[in-house]
Design a binder for this molecule. Sequence first.
Ligand SMILES: [Fe+2]
Ligand SMILES: [Fe+2]
Length: 299
Amino acid sequence: MKAYKYQYEPKQVDEIIIRAFAFEFPDDLNPIWVPDNPVRSHLFNGLSLTMPYLEPYLIKSTQKAMAFISEPQLLADMRGFNGQEARHYQCHRRLNELLKSNGYPELAGVEKRLAASFERLSNMSLRTQLAYNAGFESMTTGFTHWLINRRLALFRDASPHVASFWLMHMVEETEHKTVAFDAYMAYSGQYIPRAIGVFHGSFHLVGFGLIGMLTALNKDRALRKPRNLIALVREISSMIFNVGPYLLRALLPWHNPRCEDDPKWMRDWIAGHAALSAGELLPLIDTKSSDMPVPFASI
Ligand SMILES: [Fe+2]
Ligand SMILES: [Fe+2]
């Protein structure tokens, strides 16, 4: 497919760094890892369930697109993107195995549906796949801002392993936020398929995340309690309120993810991580702290 008007532009970060993901989740991890909040815990658990199906698909479609792209900086970004996504889904898979073995084997049924759905997606046209990827990645930028800016409200007193893992994942999502968009623009650049991809990429993923969440909540019969029903409405409203504007902006014909600022906490996290010695374990975020700073002493 012939690209039109594509020209690589500098991005906010210098480089997309492939880091080790080293979160040793405890074997007895409580799937309700946000204390006394099964709805929020299972919302993020449901989203985690999708990642070992989404992220390998993102990697494969990005690899397919590389054959059509000659811009060396974009190709370097795509390699960084694939390296980061590969580490993300391996870590999500470990977490998901614990969720299943620690009380929710029913989630395996959702995984079967995810596998079939991503198999179908990977047989669609490359333009559809790259538009999906760009759309999904515009949503993750919204998730980064939501999770970082609201980290105290969302994760105070939560499992430091799971909270640190989600926040690190979102830091890297924003670090590579330009790549799927650039790959689509270099491959096609047409507006309408990209706009459809915003809906396709975000609703497909969140839809499966909600199925995972409801599967776990049903197992616990949690939705029989009015307070959990209220929490469900509150959590989903909060997600829509915080992430929705990023999707709306992604729909603009002149959208470019470079227009979205990177949160300072994210930039501090990247700077702090760069000062770690090679092989040093990732420090965990102190979820009991009153401001949950980045977990690096040098910042
Ligand atoms: Fe990721
Ligand atoms: Fe990503």
